[in-house]
Design a protein around this ligand. Structure first.
Ligand SMILES: NC(=O)c1ccc[n+]([C@@H]2O[C@H](COP(=O)([O-])OP(=O)(O)OC[C@H]3O[C@@H](n4cnc5c(N)ncnc54)[C@H](OP(=O)(O)O)[C@@H]3O)[C@@H](O)[C@H]2O)c1
Length: 265
């Protein structure tokens, strides 16, 4: 086991979905939390829930992974939270690169530049920026873990998903390259790749169209944010010599991206 009690866990995209549930789940193991996303009020609520769930410390700070300056400011803030007297000595135990999502479901012929750019910025460049900034806090800390949240979409393509599938395939390759680069450091690198899960994901993809978002989950039983949070905790708490490389998790109702069992209404 890698005991999580009092360990420092940094979670991006912690204001909703998997990230918020992960905050609560790590808190239940007595871990200390650094939570980032753009919606500060939501983050502060998650931090309060985490403290109630058992986190000795849970802190929230605005983070926009599309901007290098925001990522660097966030990591400097994280240093001062972990080690207020000597920020240079701060050590981070778990980095969860979870911020991400899909924007639109247009086929390439109708694709919008702003959607493509947002998906590649957040899901691909966001992980690179965050990892580059946080790595100095993980060196000389064997057993520390980087978990990138990928997707079933990084394994298979679907119509309307070209840019999102490309972004999540990019996440897998970043994870693999990092594992090679960090070999010998004791830092573990994992990709957790969920299939269909009910979070704010579809609401964001369909730009606030709640009825369309609801249709995605109609008649089927998707994964919950808590299902994925439990898996993130499990990955991070393996003994330091065990690296879970890649973990693909789908709902039982989803045999493949296009094969989803739906019950009649
Ligand atoms: N739900 C699914 O079916 C599913 C399946 C496979 C993979 N995933 C992946 O799982 C991850 C979490 O998604 P979720 O399902 O939990 O969806 P969600 O509820 O929409 O959560 C997405 C999180 O990412 C944050 N985020 C978005 N843009 C950001 C930015 N520029 N900077 C910082 N944070 C940002 C959001 O916070 P703010 O808006 O407050 O910034 C939010 O906290 C994503 O990487 C997603 O691609 C989801």
């Amino acid at each position: 086991m890698f005991p999580l009690k009092d360990k420092w866990i940094l979670i991006t995209g912690a204001s909703s979905g998997f990230g918020a549930a992960a905050g609560r789940a790590f808190a239940a193991h007595g871990a200390r939390l650094l939570l980032g996303a753009r919606r500060l009020e939501r983050l502060q609520q998650v931090a309060a829930e985490a403290r109630q769930a058992g986190a000795p410390e849970a802190h929230a700070h605005v983070l926009d992974v599309r901007q290098t300056a925001s990522v660097e400011a966030f990591v400097n803030w994280a240093r001062s939270r972990i080690s207020p007297r000597q920020p240079a000595d701060a050590r981070l135990d778990v980095l969860i690169n979870n911020a991400g999502g899909a924007h639109g479901l247009d086929p390439v012929a109708q694709g919008k530049d702003e959607d493509w750019e947002a998906m590649l910025q957040i899901n691909v460049l966001g992980i690179l920026r965050m990892t580059r900034a946080a790595l100095p806090l993980m060196e000389r800390n064997p057993g520390s873990t980087i978990i990138n949240v990928g997707s079933l979409a990084g394994h298979v393509a679907y119509e309307g998903g070209a840019a999102y599938c490309a972004a999540k395939a990019g996440e897998r390759q970043i994870t693999r390259a990092l594992r090679l680069e960090l070999n010998g450091t004791g830092i573990r690198v994992c990709s957790v790749d969920p299939g269909m899960a009910e979070t704010e994901f579809s609401l964001v993809r369909f730009k606030g169209d709640a009825a369309r978002a609801q249709q995605v989950y109609a008649g089927t039983q998707p994964l919950t944010a808590e299902d994925i949070a439990e898996i993130l905790v499990w990955v991070a708490s393996r003994p330091p010599h065990v690296n879970i490389d890649e973990l693909l998790v789908k709902p039982t109702d989803q045999a493949a991206i296009h094969k989803v069992h739906r019950r009649p209404a």
